[in-house]
Design a protein around this ligand. Sequence first.
Ligand SMILES: [Zn+2]
Length: 311
Amino acid sequence: MIQINKEALVERFMRYVQIDTQSDPESNSFPTTEKQKDLSKILAAELQTMGLLNVELDEFGYVYATIAGNSEKLNIPSVCFCSHVDTAPDCSGKNVKPILHKNYDGTDITLPDDASQILSVVKSPYLKTQIGGDIITASGNTLLGGDDKAGVSIIMQAAQYLMDNSTIKHGDIKIVFTPDEEVGKGVAKIDMQKVDAQFGYTLDGGEAGSLEDESFSADGATITINGVIAHPGYAKNKLKNAIKIAGEILDALPKRLHKRRFAQPPQQAKKNCRSCGCKIWGCNNGVYANRAVQKYERNFKPASRGCGKCR
Ligand SMILES: [Zn+2]
């Protein structure tokens, strides 16, 4: 049975999460933040030290590498393992202080830097499955970045294991680390010629032991609604309230499909998204829905200043 070095894996993870690699949905550069390469450079250097082939960090922040096949068998398909280095833009990824909670006792965990941040067993019953195990959390003021530095760490540790244990026979194994997954651009500049694998697994999941074999596509759009301000005394037939127009647009969206979609697992979401054809709301389990509303809010600001002609 394969025994991955748990201490080395934990050390690796705790080291990677302390590197700020937050991506930026408002950026038009690629990668959206240069700091993502701070981790990618380390990964490329470590893969090189391990002895992998074709290790490359490209200008866009993608890391490619190959564990050369060592089997005598012919026609073994090559397999790719992939994960993303960036962390979500929703909460700071700077000065992350990971905390290792050893031998978890099954009670709520209060994060020390912000006592209002409590990992509750009631809200997260999965915690109960980890009693007796070790849990790593953030300290309260930042993301942990387990998404997806857990995947990055696992792939790196597995690569180290395979390089150290040549008795395990395999075909070519490709490794890819991408930037900008959290902002929907994870594969925007990927070079599939360099990946060159027949099968691929993304290590970016949830509960241990779970496997998802289907995903979905989503798209997004920003709608700018320009209202018209008018003095109330002279507003008749002039005032156009951007918020009310936005409300009409939202109300016109196919409610039945969207309601169902957000409550359902990804497989069903995929089917619904295709059938409704709506591109205002993404279907990323509600994530894009929130962003769409944020966009609306932002775009009210110019509208509220009015067109300038009606003052
Ligand atoms: Zn992820």
